[in-house]
Design a protein around this ligand. Structure first.
Ligand SMILES: [Zn+2]
Length: 116
């Protein structure tokens, strides 16, 4: 994800992407333009909005991006087994916190163990 964004935006060329253990991606296509187009297709496929960091809370396995829907009007149990009415999606932030899952409000799908 990190390098697809870099190649797509022209910050580096496909042949500058370093090899990474466990990542079997052929970045270099027949022309620089085709390489950039392929990287852009990856960016679109991943739905990347912000350029992903190479090392992040995600790569540290401490964060998850998820879009939550269908919860408004329902009840959910917090970690102390108390029923909480979900009147708006942001009501889930406090419920998540009882489980040690913190919402990063500035990044719509992002939750982590420390809110970063
Ligand atoms: Zn995230």
């Amino acid at each position: 994800m990190h390098y697809s964004s870099k190649v797509s935006t022209g910050k580096i060329t496909a042949d500058q992407v370093p090899a990474m253990e466990g990542v079997n991606i052929d970045w270099v296509h027949d022309s620089a333009d085709e390489s950039k187009k392929a990287a852009t297709a990856m960016v679109k496929g991943y739905g990347i909005v912000f350029p992903p960091a190479l090392i992040s809370r995600h790569t540290e396995r401490a964060a998850v991006d998820m879009t939550i829907g269908g919860m408004v009007g329902k009840k959910i149990k917090d970690a102390s087994d108390k029923d909480v009415d979900i009147k708006k999606l942001s009501d889930l932030h406090a419920v998540g916190a009882t489980y040690g899952v913190e919402k990063l409000v500035s990044d719509p799908p992002h939750w982590s163990d420390d809110g970063h």
